[in-house]
Write a protein that binds this ligand. Structure first.
Ligand SMILES: NC(=O)c1ccc[n+]([C@@H]2O[C@H](COP(=O)([O-])OP(=O)(O)OC[C@H]3O[C@@H](n4cnc5c(N)ncnc54)[C@H](O)[C@@H]3O)[C@@H](O)[C@H]2O)c1
Length: 348
């Protein structure tokens, strides 16, 4: 019998990623979608040939009894929807970030454990082949002791013109919780999720409240309540340091065609590495020698993240961005925002 999957949230990520992947798997069937408004969710269901739609999640669980749920709502609603799905004994794939507050991510983790259900987060960048191969090389010790990591998630002027991404109440923040968290997860993953000792951060709101047009459309500057750039130093218990820089808007000369730079650079005492595309290099008496290089970054990473979740639900042992790591990254993001708000370092 096919496993039944339901979607909570009917926006662009639900359609372009979750539905696109679920439709490729014949072992599962999409039974329902839950949206905020009847008209929107009806159109969405028709467009995607989903047999049932709801505006009330509880009614959906009672009628459809899904085995698996994708939570694709604005961030503010992740917590309540993940908890509800777990209460109904569903395996859950929740979009990133796990939640807005660390204490909520902890409750989600605890309930998943109590119910014996899969809780995964869609930190899809870590599923790229680049990350897999880099992690192998790091675990083999090729980089030596990694003591400095640079995490970049930068846009020059690409404030999202759709959805709720400029609304602090709905999202919990701006580029850190939306973009930076992705690269921070990828960096922490290859490092083996080390313990964090202290964070120091500074954030700015300089452009989003003044401009109204960018590479990702139009927004209302009066409704722009999130940071537009944020910078942080993250000290690890093992003595290493992560430098994070993230922006929706920042007057940078981004030297690439893309509107967003997403990358991680790792510096060890034996060699260095760049994540996308994966490359390992070292210095030889002033000359840079390449030890390994992928020609292009893996663009299929989002489908690989979906595949890992579905495989696990079907009994496989694929590695996931799980509830434990979700809680760890949420604690880190919360500490970074606290440091930036208080203008002082935060010890974890
Ligand atoms: N993994 C990624 O790279 C990635 C990329 C984009 C977005 N996301 C995440 O996906 C989530 C949604 O983002 P999006 O770009 O699809 O936004 P979106 O605005 O396109 O979609 C959100 C949808 O949720 C619906 N909704 C709002 N409240 C709801 C509720 N209580 N119950 C059910 N539905 C509700 C809205 O009507 C809307 O259709 C966010 O958490 C975002 O961070 C992840």
């Amino acid at each position: 019998m096919k496993k039944k999957v339901a979607l909570i949230g009917n926006g662009q990520i639900a359609e372009k990623v979750h539905i696109a992947y679920y439709k490729k798997r014949e072992e599962i069937e999409i039974v329902a979608v839950v949206g905020a408004t009847e008209e929107n969710v009806k159109q969405f269901a028709e467009r995607n040939s989903i047999p049932n739609y709801y505006t009330n999640a509880e009614e959906m669980y009672t009628s459809e009894k899904p085995d698996m749920v994708s939570v694709c709502t604005p961030n503010r609603f992740h917590f309540e929807n993940v908890m509800q799905a777990l209460e109904h004994n569903c395996n859950v794939l929740c979009e990133k970030p796990p939640a807005i507050k660390a204490e909520d991510a902890k409750k989600m983790l605890e309930l998943a454990k109590q119910k014996g259900k899969i809780l995964a987060y869609d930190f899809h960048h870590r599923f790229a082949d680049d990350v897999t191969v880099l992690k192998e090389k790091i675990d083999q010790g090729i980089l030596g002791d990694i003591y400095f990591v640079k995490v970049s998630a930068l846009r020059r002027n690409a404030i999202p013109g759709w959805g709720t991404f400029i609304d602090k109440e709905a999202q919990g923040g701006g580029p850190l919780i939306d973009l930076g968290i992705h690269m921070l997860d990828a960096a922490m993953y290859v490092l083996g999720y080390p313990n964090v000792k202290k964070v120091t951060a500074k954030m700015f709101q300089k452009i989003g409240t003044k401009k109204s047009k960018g590479a990702f459309g139009l927004w209302d500057p009066q409704k722009f309540t999130v940071e537009d750039s944020l910078f942080s130093y993250i000290e690890l218990e093992n003595g290493g340091l992560i430098h994070l820089e993230t922006s929706f808007a920042l007057n940078l000369k981004l030297d690439v065609k893309e509107k967003t730079i997403m990358n991680v650079e790792l510096c060890g005492d034996e060699a260095g590495a760049t994540m996308f595309p994966a490359e390992v290099y070292k210095d030889d008496q002033g000359e840079l020698i390449s030890l390994f290089k992928r020609e292009a970054a893996d663009e299929d990473r989002h489908m690989k993240s979906m595949q890992a979740f579905v495989n696990r639900c079907l009994g496989g042992n694929d590695r996931l961005a799980d509830g434990e790591e979700g809680y760890a990254i949420q604690k880190l993001v919360e500490a970074i925002y606290q440091s930036a708000e208080k203008n002082e370092s935060v010890t974890l």
